[in-house]
Ligand binder design. Structure first.
Ligand code: ARG
Length: 459
């Protein structure tokens, strides 16, 4: 489609935190955002995929204190994010006994803010390490970003926002803090500057929204963030509105439900955090075993295991309306039958195999009279319905509309395949059935792509 031609859409998603776990809770944002990014692109929009990194705040002061005290002198680049997280957990344990650690942490963060060489260097190295590690996960997921401008990027862009709020008479002082009163809208105040002069998450979001409008002149700016942050988005969108930014009507909080784990399904637990990397690795490993069992002669077994294992996990996040809470279950995710990602991938591979065996068909020689039976007609209808589903998915920011439409084609194809012999004595009938198989293949492949999955040709 060319409906989006010449128009920009910002899609902010994943937005992980530096020196913190990239956990299963980040999967919906990553999967939904990646899918929406691809869907808007398919509609002709120019998209800007943004990872709004959580790379600013006192927690980095805490990290530095913990690293210096208990890091054992190990260079950050030789550590892992998990080790940094352990240090961070230890900080909180020790700080319960010794309040002064919190003052030290605040002092270190202030040093980062003031550009102290040592503090900035440590912070930067933690950022580099985290980005390197998450980069591996993004690669596995096939996710790419156009911008990694995170919270720290807005550090020097907030004063202008504060001044503008002030000039428009929107700021009130409350116990030394600067706030925008939202009581008229039944919301707690949006705090802009704390009494100690520190800015907040919301201040950075205001600066980021304005920066994105100025830089990208978007027709839509999407934030794929969990519903726990509903109030935050309502508040800062309202503040933008009060500032007279009429374009705030184009800002959309695309929210989603929580992910929980079924008890006992994961062996490695890190506290109560489940790292996304572990989930993906385990899915790939499990898929590899199934392939070894069922198709030991398959070429490129490792690549297929990665595509199918990761695909199973991603699909499971995108098959229901966003807002539903999801319970992650291995049994559900690695079930190759039923309405799963692997089933869709398998159907695609089946189409490929039929076409491969036929070795081609003559599109001009098809006999459409063989399209009259129910199974064939249903398949043709499912394929024809696909473009409208992509449009609807963008309109509602709901990737499941695409995954369901893709599944419709898969189910219809498999029925068609069992009801009809594709290669027959009659050249016109064979060509017709092969052409339809090819159309199903193209549609399923596109559908898989739009929800972030690969489509191996053999499984
Ligand atoms: N880093 C945040 C978190 O993990 C999410 C950021 C959401 N995006 C935003 N523009 N506030 O909770």
């Amino acid at each position: 489609s060319s409906e989006g031609q010449g128009k920009n859409v910002c899609v902010e998603f994943s937005s992980i935190n530096i020196a913190k776990p990239f956990h299963i809770g980040h999967l919906p944002s990553t999967a939904i955002g990646n899918s929406l990014n691809r869907i808007y692109k398919a509609l002709g929009y120019n998209t800007i995929a943004i990872n709004h990194l959580g790379d600013w705040g006192t927690q980095f002061g805490k990290m530095i204190v913990a690293y210096k005290k208990w890091g054992g002198g190990k260079p950050i680049e030789e550590s892992t994010v998990r080790e940094l997280v352990k240090l961070y957990v230890r900080f909180h344990e020790e700080a319960e006994k010794d309040e002064s650690l919190n003052d030290e942490a605040r002092a270190w963060f202030r040093k980062i803010e003031q550009g102290d060489a040592e503090a900035v260097d440590l912070w930067q190295r933690m950022k580099t390490l985290t980005l390197k590690e998450v980069g591996e996960v993004y690669k596995l997921l096939g996710v790419e970003f156009d911008s990694y401008n995170g919270e720290s990027f807005y550090e020097d862009k907030m004063q202008a926002v504060i001044d503008e709020l002030d000039a428009k008479g929107l700021l009130k002082t409350d116990k030394g803090a600067k706030i925008v009163d939202l009581s008229e809208y039944n919301m707690p105040p949006c705090i802009i500057v704390k009494s100690d002069g520190a800015t907040l998450y919301a201040t950075r979001d205001l600066a980021a929204a304005i920066y994105r409008k100025n830089t990208y002149d978007f027709v839509k700016s999407i934030y794929v963030v969990a519903y726990q942050q509903n109030l935050h988005f309502q508040q800062f969108f309202k503040v933008l509105e009060l500032m007279g930014k009429t374009w705030v009507k184009d800002c959309v909080h695309v929210n989603f439900g929580m992910v929980s784990m079924e008890e006992g399904t994961l062996s490695t637990r890190h506290g109560n955090v489940v790292y996304l990397e572990d989930v993906l690795d385990a899915a790939v490993e499990k898929t590899g075993k199934i392939i070894e069992e069922k198709s030991p002669d398959l070429p490129d077994k490792d690549e297929v295991a990665a595509a199918v294992g990761v695909g199973a996990v991603v699909w499971s996040m995108l098959y229901n309306s966003r807002i539903k809470d999801v319970t992650f279950s291995w049994k559900k995710v690695l079930n190759f039958d039923g309405e799963t990602g692997p089933y869709a991938q398998y159907t695609h591979a089946r189409c490929c195999s039929v076409l491969r065996k036929a070795g081609g068909y003559d599109i001009n020689g098809i006999d459409p009279s063989c399209f009259a039976d129910d199974a064939t007609a249903s398949l043709a209808k499912a394929i024809a319905a696909f473009p409208a589903a992509v449009l609807a998915a963008a309109e509602k920011n709901e990737p499941y509309i695409v995954s369901r439409a893709t599944m419709e084609v898969c189910t219809a194809f498999n029925k068609f395949y069992f009801c009809n012999q594709i290669i027959t004595e009659d050249a016109g009938v064979s060509a017709a059935r092969l052409a339809l198989t090819d159309a199903a293949r193209i549609t399923i492949k596109k559908g898989l792509y739009l929800v972030g999955l690969q489509a191996p040709e053999r499984m």
